[in-house]
Design a protein around this ligand. Sequence first.
Ligand code: AHR
Length: 518
Amino acid sequence: MGDRPRFRRVRRSLLATGTAALTACAAIAVSSPALAATQGPCDIYAAGGTPCVAAHSTTRALYGSYNGSLYQVKRSSDSATLNVGVLSTGGYANAAAQDSFCANTTCVITVIYDQSGRGNNLTQGSGHWSGPAAGGKDNLAYANAVPVTVGGHKVYGVYIAPGTGYHTATATNGVATGDQPEGMYAIFDGSHSNGGCCFDYGNAEVSGNDTGNGHMEAIYFGSNKSWGSGTGTGPWIMADLENGLFSGVNRGFNANDPTISNRFTTAVVKGEPNHWAIRGGDAQSGSLATFYDGVRPTVSGYNPMSKEGTIILGVGGDNSNASAGTFYEGVMTSGYPSDATENSVQANVVAAAYTTYSLAGLTVGSRISLRATTACCTGDYLRHDDADTKVVISPVSASSPAATKADATWIVRAGLANGSCVSFESADKPGQYLRHSGFELYLNAGDGGSLFNSDATFCPHPGVSGQGYSFPSVNYSDHYIRHYNFTVYAATDRGTNAWDTPNFWTADVSWIVASPWA
Ligand code: AHR
């Protein structure tokens, strides 16, 4: 690249406090009247004699009569908080209220309220393994990271990048302890998971420490093979019973637990004295299948169980936080639900109609340019470097040379590793894609291999600064396309590389999808 030197930190520091030109690139909401559900999953569990003792969702009410707050967001501009409620009793989340409150700033989800009335709210997690946030706590999820539609309404899920986690307070109300029976289900994004320990939702230790076999009973979702696995390459639904992710009666391979990766996946785990089960299915259609139904593990500690009765989301019982996933809704019950009750819950979930949400401007096949939004650089575009294979930002304008314009133009392709995400092919170097390697971005020719395909796939979501889009990597979902000193990286907030600095983080990872320069 000959346009200007790559390192200009002084200019960056001086100008970054200036006023950014704000270009809204809002996604388009698909909406229809906010119809109240006649009954929610928790009404079904109650009718089955196994009532919910915790009900968490950022997308919808889980009781037909619920009219309270679903979750709380906090914005970075002034640290104010907003409780996001439902559009109508028993209905869908009021995402428009969040969008308005969080316009042009960063919001994180601070509380996921318990709809059961028992006060088992999920808040920022912590535990034995430190999280990346202040005080060793876990990160909080970006509130706008995973828009979807439910019943035609735009709502948001909870995006768990590695380092993100939630935990109830130490004292919960009504959640199973000891060997008491319980059930649970959750809806996850089957296309977002990893092999880190442990993307869990369910019953875990009070202290955030591993207190021994049988002290947990949670749904695990992902491709971790440290303790157990099923057929295929994962992800699998397993039960985290502490010191083990169980895909069947004992640790190790269990052939009845299939890889399951529906875009919206229903996952079920339940347990009672010397009996437990794993079930799962497609949350958009069909019924649940049973992947395990039998006795407790035969090694010491799991029969009887020693459940402790707090609830975790996104981490393991000892706050292991290397895992990734997306959560939309989930409940814990008192008592061991029947298969028939769970089948009715699955029918309710299917009827709720989860669907993906289209991100405006990122149509597969279209040509785009990506403009930086940091105040220093709002005339700069992401482009490949002519001198080498690096990726940089530099000014592009109508008077720029044609070669510069071409360098800054990209063709949106279906994600090479995941069709729900995107890859960016160079407009002037066909067959060459943006990919990360060593957490730096390069333009390289695709080789068809799984590593390249993953390194070249990014899963866009609305920009974490409130502008444009952000692009986490599919294989490192806490690493975002980020410019730093005019070079482009796959960066993680407060990581160990210089380009992971929190300074200007939200702006540096938020990009406007602009008209193509070439
Ligand atoms: O059981 C698997 C994991 O092992 C638990 O989640 C964690 O507490 C421990 O590291």
